[in-house]
Design a protein around this ligand. Structure first.
Ligand code: R5P
Length: 319
């Protein structure tokens, strides 16, 4: 039987693309708030039975705190109604940056969030999570997971849209994405040194651009949040007299006025993947997510019977 796919309200378009590419059936869902702020979640079980079905929930989780409870209610409700395995397609995975206690007593939210997510879902697919001190999701998630890399699509976008690019990574953490994008785009790359002293206080140090100073800089990062990492990089490039830079992010969060401020700083073009809904979305990642969904539903399917009889399979099933 085809897997059933549910789109959280803000992810309808992506879910429609994924359902059509992965051969899933889109189920109907009502998610709203009661006047007191509590969440209301209802799945249409008259039109579509969920019994024994593999279920896929599509939920980009930028600004997660308001979104996460309804998703957990949906997953628990589906399980209660007899669904089989319940997977999460979470193109942007939040709470990955607090991956250690930088100051005494800080909550280690990457680990705590992973623990909570692992108790609600049977598997997860995401796009380029911010893996820095955690080397893989398996370090903190106990469910099978698959990470999809946007680099090939970003490289293809750069090849189509930018003449003579040089790919710039704003900090050492970006090396992993930037090196891969650059080699696939057939372009040189360099990585800057970043110091962050506050949420919006960022400094970047740039080496001499030498022979590359006339090439078009394409700043590539995994997350654009306050955009100050990109803004400081764009400002530094300006002082070197390069052509106006392109800014490409996998996940465009754009907190507050970040998008406007990055434009004002001098970014020629700002492009992001559609892992977070935003007007800058130019790179569609559904062609990478759909096969991953098919792999995970196929890999975990035999385990559904064991789950229903109360014999929960161990997390190694699809690793
Ligand atoms: C940091 O480690 C990430 O890779 C990004 O550079 C960072 O999240 C960007 O944040 P912001 O846009 O707030 O400077």
């Amino acid at each position: 039987m085809k897997p059933l796919m549910y789109a959280m309200p803000y992810s309808q378009k992506l879910a429609e693309q994924l359902a059509s590419l992965s051969g899933a059936e889109l189920g109907k869902l009502e998610v709203r708030r009661f006047p007191d702020g509590d969440s209301y979640v209802r799945v249409d079980v008259v039109g579509t039975s969920v019994e024994d079905r593999d279920v896929v929930i599509v939920a980009p989780l930028d600004r997660p705190d308001d979104k996460i409870l309804p998703i957990w209610f949906l997953a628990d409700n589906l399980r209660d109604l007899g669904a089989g395995r319940i997977g999460l397609v979470c193109p942007y995975l939040p709470y990955m940056r607090q991956d250690r206690r930088f100051l005494n007593g800080e909550a280690l939210t990457s680990n705590f969030f992973a623990r909570m997510m692992s108790s609600h879902f049977d598997w997860m697919v995401t796009v380029d999570p911010h893996l820095h001190r955690h080397k893989s999701l398996d370090a903190i998630y106990t469910i099978p997971s698959e990470v999809v890399h946007a680099a090939p699509l970003i490289a293809a976008w750069i090849r189509t849209n930018v003449e003579k690019p040089i790919i710039i990574g704003p900090d050492e953490e970006s090396e992993q994405w930037v090196a891969s994008v650059a080699s696939q785009a057939g372009a040189p790359h360099l990585v800057l040194k970043k110091t962050r002293t506050g949420d919006r206080a960022v400094k970047v140090e740039m080496p001499d651009l030498g022979e590359f100073s006339s090439q078009t800089p394409v700043v590539v990062d995994d997350i654009i949040s306050t955009a100050h990492t990109m803004i400081e990089t764009v400002k530094e490039l300006k002082t070197r007299g390069t052509p106006p830079p392109y800014c490409v992010g996998v996940h465009g969060i754009f907190a507050g006025r970040a998008h406007m401020e990055l434009k004002q700083a001098g970014a020629a073009v700002i492009a992001t993947c559609n892992t977070v809904n935003h007007p800058t979305n130019q790179i569609d990642i559904s062609s990478l997510l759909a096969p991953a969904i098919e792999r995970l539903t196929a890999a975990t399917a035999p385990a559904a019977a064991a789950l229903r009889t109360g014999n929960r399979p161990d997390a190694a099933v699809a690793k």
